[in-house]
Ligand binder design. Structure first.
Ligand code: SF4
Ligand code: SF4
Length: 99
């Protein structure tokens, strides 16, 4: 469904805005440039939110399942993930992440 696809910004930052009904304000950011495709996030996510692309980069492919528990952010050894709950970009509907 449109809006539930991973998107990449020009500077390589990948973000996702879930159109989820259950957790509409949860946002998972993946900063591609810092990601080394180790697989920890998609191996450890308790809700199978991620899949990996051909190069091993995580894709937020099942956003409705994300509970914004923060485990992927904590476990990422390269600090390439930030999980925002009730992110202002969602509340304000600006359509752009702000960090
Ligand atoms: S845990 Fe971090 S470095 Fe490893 S694949 Fe996930 S985002 Fe990339
Ligand atoms: S915040 Fe929790 S549920 Fe959401 S993607 Fe990360 S590990 Fe999975």
């Amino acid at each position: 469904m449109a809006g539930n696809e991973a998107k990449s910004s020009p500077d390589g930052r990948r973000w996702h805005y879930p159109d989820a009904t259950e957790h509409p304000d949860d946002v998972v950011f993946i900063y591609e440039k810092w990601c080394k495709s180790c697989g920890i996030c998609y191996s450890m996510c308790p809700h199978d939110v991620f899949t990996a692309d051909k190069s091993g980069l995580p894709i937020v492919s099942n956003p409705e399942a994300c509970t914004a528990c923060g485990l992927c952010e904590i476990l990422c050894p390269d600090m390439a993930i930030t999980v925002y709950k009730d992110h202002p970009a969602r509340v304000g509907g600006s359509g752009k992440p702000k960090r």
